[in-house]
Design a protein around this ligand. Structure first.
Ligand code: ADP
Ligand code: MG
Length: 317
């Protein structure tokens, strides 16, 4: 009778737009005691809007500065790259009539981009990157305050530097929280599940988003590299880690750890978690790595899946 329960439950979840790669994962969902959420694209919609791009210094005109920015971000696939390219287009700047030559272009996990345009090294990225490059001290106090205010307003902040000119602009992009996030966080807390946020974004933006969705400030973990998300998951799985053995032993009572994410940078954490849950509109790699995919990316489906997992467990007891 057990397989029938699995099949029925899997069919029900499939009908609701939840893709579970096997009955064992459904059961594991029922044993989840800890859930780690990615921020961008998971608790938030993952579609950034460019709020401000503020020139610094006078070596380049605003138009020239935007041209460098577009050439860098056009080749990137982070959701904020799209916002910057779109924002520049609204000001009439596209790469179409650019005569500049991009020779190198590389993504640096957790930091941003480095490239070479017309022979000059160009960096675009966050505070972490520019601190590492030792360029943050060059910012005026006025600019520092502006950046601080942007972050406090939950915005993701970044800079661009051009060789020979230092930092040429500061920008901020904003992302709206999903309309169901707050309700889902509340419901999960009532189910006595421990919740955490794991994000690559800056501390203040992470905290502000956390506050918007009703998460405890102590549960917010920011400025994490993909490996650090993985390490957090491993730590949560605890010393008595039995890996995935519980999946072959349905009656195993170890509390399980779930990670919910949408990005390439979530893949290691999704693989390490007892239950990896991917958002359907996210990166293909996240879905391939995950055990469960919420096809329409609606977080309410996570509640539904956990409930279904608990019911399956109950039935076979
Ligand atoms: P997350 O999905 O949590 O933002 P990532 O590791 O993809 O994590 O990126 C971490 C941070 O690195 C971003 O929040 C952003 O500040 C910076 N970053 C990543 N890609 C870019 C990019 N193309 N341009 C500028 N900054 C970027
Ligand atoms: Mg994400």
């Amino acid at each position: 009778s057990t397989p029938v329960t699995y099949v029925a439950a899997l069919a029900a979840t499939a009908q609701r737009g939840v893709l579970v790669k096997g009955g064992a994962h459904l059961e594991a969902l029922g044993l989840v005691k800890t859930i780690c959420f990615d921020k961008t694209g998971t608790l938030t919609q993952g579609s950034y809007a460019l709020i401000s791009i503020t020139p610094i210094g006078d070596k380049y005109t605003r138009e020239q500065m935007l041209e460098f920015m577009v050439l860098m971000e056009e080749r990137a696939n982070h959701p904020l790259a799209l916002a910057i390219v779109d924002g520049a287009r609204l000001e009439g700047v596209t790469s179409a009539n650019s005569k500049k030559k991009v020779d190198e272009h590389k993504f640096m996990a957790g930091e941003g981009l480095v490239g070479r345009i017309d022979g000059m090294q160009v960096y675009v990225g966050n505070t972490r990157l520019f601190e590492r490059l030792g360029m943050m001290e060059s910012l005026s106090e006025e600019m520092e305050n502006m950046v601080y205010n942007w972050e406090a307003m939950a915005m993701t902040v970044g800079f661009m530097s051009i060789e020979g000119a230092g930092i040429v602009c500061a920008y901020c992009v904003a992302d709206a929280v999903r309309n169901e996030s707050m309700e889902v966080i509340d419901a999960l807390e009532k189910m006595k599940i421990d919740l955490y946020m794991l994000t690559g974004d800056n501390r203040d933006a992470a905290r502000a988003i956390g506050q918007m969705v009703g998460m405890n400030p102590e549960s917010i973990n920011s400025e994490l590299l993909p490996e650090e998300k993985l390490q957090f998951i491993t730590k949560m799985k605890g010393a008595q880690d039995t890996g995935r053995s519980v999946l072959t032993n349905p009656m195993g009572k170890r509390d399980l750890v779930c990670h919910v994410g949408d990005g390439v940078n979530d893949a290691p954490a999704l693989a390490a978690a007892d239950v990896g849950v991917a958002m359907g509109v996210g990166a293909a790699l996240a879905m391939e790595t995950a055990d469960v995919t919420l096809l329409d990316s609606n977080l309410r489906k996570l509640l539904y899946s956990i409930d279904m997992g608990r019911r399956v467990l109950w039935t076979i007891k």
